[in-house]
Design a protein around this ligand. Sequence first.
Ligand code: IMP
Ligand code: MG
Length: 189
Amino acid sequence: MTAARSETGVGRRICTAEELGAAVERLAAMLAADYRRKPLLLLGVLKGALCFAADLARAVAGKADGPSEIMIDYICVERYGTLGSEGGTARLAMDATLPVAGADVVVVDDIVDNGRTLAFVRALLEGRRPASLRTCVLFDRPGRREVQVAVDYAGIEVPNVFAIGYGLDYKELYRNLPYLAELREGLTV
Ligand code: IMP
Ligand code: MG
């Protein structure tokens, strides 16, 4: 059995699956109201947003009188340097396929920490002239911000510990966990 399956790296729980589901529903209700009767392009930032973007899209679609159409696309952004720590620059590893020009775009990411990833994505997409551009993250560590970036929709404030699960990884493991947990003590990031 692999380390990921036996959950050897999983420490204290930060959010249960139920708490994550409730936060997704709250954000979906806000998006449904703000994009009522408009086409909405949700642009997930891989790999961390893989679970959140999929659940958010379905939750928005489940709201009455929401967007007229929901499109989903993904970009993949890689960070040089240690994830979740200071420094490092972002690089576009995989681009979106749908046109951003003229679209009402909401960038969907797992967590905003120092802000560099989201700032990179915003700058990239602003250059493509969307009709509007907003950002939506499930997790936020506001106290860690080094780059000021507009976060229009934020779900849950999380403590300053390395987190895994629901898309967030430690060495590419644990993204599949349905809850958010602290990385077990003793493992180094
Ligand atoms: P930022 O550029 O520092 O805001 O970091 C954003 C990205 O770093 C997120 O999209 C995550 O992919 C990653 N990240 C930040 N904190 C964590 C964490 O606690 N666990 C796993 N990945 C993280
Ligand atoms: Mg990410």
